[in-house]
Design a protein around this ligand. Structure first.
Ligand SMILES: [Zn+2]
Length: 422
């Protein structure tokens, strides 16, 4: 028995040593209420002073509370706990307070190391899967992620943000929106901020949090055409080149085509025509090079008909040429010609897009002004990752959960330092 105890203690001291505390005896509880567990008692090192948990200064002892258990990283599939009799100290500054325990964080029942361990897995698996894998609860995984995210947000570096991208996502079945602000510099892309809704107030909250000094240093801002965003950005960071993102413009055109196709399909069905538009959605929406063989055949077939959907599709195809320009001037000429053609096409949803494009002409052309400053696919890439995260995590019913999960996966947050990687 003694030898085995020594071995586990040696390993523990190797991976997780505390300056003022020592590991004492180890107990194997074969019939605990949560199955077999391993428990290690921790005691203060002789002559080591207790430390106040508020100001982190040494302080004389006041009294002892009962034993508390702190869950540590499981060993060979068994749950593992530290047991410690917590002391209170009489701090000159803070009064009677619980002592500082280097393995614990406030009221959590889990050790910091274990929380970090769970949180790391929670980046790869859904929270539910992590809970099942490590025999813990969804709630505890959530707390672990909260701890790591809070630490990361407090310790992250925010100087050096030159370019940001603003995007929105729908959640709760599309009834609510979140505003996401990314850093999109070449040297660093990450999620910077999340806010509820997509209103003027939301955007103002971002700038208030980000601070005047940093906002004035922004050189580029990428966003979609959402009015509240445009308005606030113009006011709070007027020095930045404001770009309407390519991906958002393409999305608008695609949405119009989808509308045209859907209404034409219904109309043809009503009037008893051959169902040529059946299963044509992706053939019309996807880029040519991404079509499957069947979709390609469908497209070739469709192109034989003089349909509104087909004409809208051809207009979209022409619009691709816009992105090939280098000079904002010539790109502008192209844009004007394209919009004129669309306005003559008599296809209402497309005309709406053309009007929107005309209205935002300068900001769209800024794409060419800023082309070399950063890669334009960044916002799209990040926004796809956001969608994957929110979809994967089916436990996220509240805003708090989504917020924490997104920061965790996309925030590029620093982690508390560890001497050993578990
Ligand atoms: Zn104190």
């Amino acid at each position: 028995m003694e030898i085995r105890q020594m071995l586990i203690k040696t390993i523990l001291n190797n991976c997780q040593k505390f300056k003022s505390f020592v590991y004492q005896n180890i107990v194997w509880e074969a019939a605990g209420s949560d199955g077999p567990t391993i428990k290690v008692r921790i005691v203060p090192r002789k002559n080591a002073h207790a430390v106040c948990s508020r100001c982190l200064e040494p302080a004389p002892g006041y009294d002892q509370l009962g034993d508390r258990e702190f869950e540590f990283v499981p060993l060979w599939g068994y749950r593992f706990f530290f047991i410690y009799r917590v002391r209170r100290v009489q701090c000159e500054q803070c009064g009677v307070v619980v002592e500082y325990m280097p393995w614990a964080d406030g009221k959590h029942e889990q050790t910091k190391t274990y929380m970090q361990y769970l949180a790391r897995w929670a980046r790869k698996l859904s929270w539910q899967e992590v809970a099942v894998t490590f025999k813990t609860s969804w709630q505890k995984v959530y707390h672990a992620v909260c701890y790591v995210v809070a630490w990361g947000l407090e310790h992250r570096e925010l100087s050096n943000v030159n370019a940001i991208g603003v995007d929105e996502i729908a959640w709760k079945k599309g009834h609510k929106y979140l505003t996401l602000v990314y850093q999109i510099d070449a040297h660093c892309t990450r999620l910077l901020w999340i806010g509820k809704d997509r209103s003027v107030k939301t955007m103002l909250r971002f700038f208030r949090w980000f601070g005047k000094g940093r906002s004035r240093k922004l050189s580029h801002i990428c966003s979609d055409m959402w009015k509240p965003y445009l308005k606030v950005i113009r006011k709070k960071a007027s020095q930045a080149i404001h770009i309407l993102d390519r991906f958002h413009i393409v999305a608008k055109v695609n949405k119009a085509i989808d509308e045209v196709r859907a209404s034409e399909y219904r109309k043809m069905q009503r009037e008893g025509y051959e169902p040529v538009l059946k299963k044509s959605r992706w053939a019309l929406l996807k880029r040519k090079e991404n079509l499957t063989e069947r979709q390609e055949a469908k497209l070739a077939d469709l192109l034989k008909y003089n349909l509104q959907s087909v004409r809208a599709y051809l207009l979209k195809e022409d619009f691709q040429g816009f992105w090939e320009y280098v000079s904002p001037h010539w790109a502008g000429q192209f844009l004007d010609r394209w919009c004129t053609r669309v306005m003559r096409s008599k296809i209402e949803p497309m005309k709406k897009v053309a009007k929107t494009i005309r209205r935002h002409r300068p900001l769209i052309l800024n794409w060419f002004v800023a082309k070399k400053a950063f890669s334009s696919g960044v916002v799209e890439g990040l926004s796809n990752k956001v969608k994957v995260t929110t979809r994967k995590s089916y436990g996220f019913r509240t805003y708090g959960c989504i917020e924490v999960a997104l920061y965790h996966v996309l925030g590029g947050l620093p982690e508390p330092p560890m001497t050993h990687r578990f």
